[in-house]
Design a protein around this ligand. Structure first.
Ligand code: HEM
Length: 157
């Protein structure tokens, strides 16, 4: 949250009334990395009925994502990281000819909602025993429904 806000305050200079543009998003690599990482850690589409038609070996020492359970937006910021060197390992939107056509649209929408909510609001998360548990109701939800309270925040120019 601190890094998201630093980036928002830097790029938008405290002017939160002006809508975020495509060019602004280009200046917000941390925000985009955070969205990508959030979707990796909790992929919303869990039931893609893939079927392997031939053997698909992954060797014992092959690491798809290092430190897979850690939430690390930074893994997307280094273009030489193994995450970026192997783009097909990111299966959140599928892969191949039927890859999601809404990918860019979805990622941009999530980014601007989070950007505005981070820049304009204080967030208070009431953590419960169910917060880290996942409920699958077609897509993923925190089991406790996500108990968040938002209040106005002063932007820092
Ligand atoms: C976070 C949001 C989204 C996620 C995680 C997601 C994920 C996926 C996945 C996993 C697939 C299957 C890909 C495959 O079979 O290889 C898919 C396909 C598809 N998605 Fe999305 N999607 C999202 C948002 C959207 C949006 C916003 C739209 C439309 C505006 C959309 C339209 C489609 C369509 C039309 C397909 C079928 C593509 C085809 O079969 O050729 N998706 N999506």
């Amino acid at each position: 949250m601190r890094k998201i806000r630093e980036e928002q305050d830097r790029v938008r200079g405290g002017n939160l009334e002006r809508p975020i543009t495509l060019e602004d998003l280009d200046e917000m690599p941390y925000l985009r990395a955070m969205v990508k990482e959030t979707l990796r850690v909790k992929p919303p589409v869990t039931m893609v009925p893939y079927k392997t038609t031939k053997a698909f070996p992954i060797s014992d020492d092959y690491t798809v994502f290092p430190d897979p359970d850690a939430f690390k937006p930074e893994r997307w910021l280094d273009e030489n990281s193994s995450a970026n060197q192997n783009p097909r390992n990111y299966l959140v939107f599928g892969s191949g000819p039927h890859k999601c056509i809404g990918l860019e649209y979805a990622m941009m929408n999530i980014a601007i909602v989070i950007a505005d909510a981070a820049a304009m609001c204080e967030w208070e998360h009431e953590v419960t025993e169910e917060s880290e548990k996942v409920a699958i109701i077609a897509t993923l939800f925190p089991k406790d429904g996500c108990r968040l309270r938002f209040s106005p925040r002063q932007a820092r120019a």
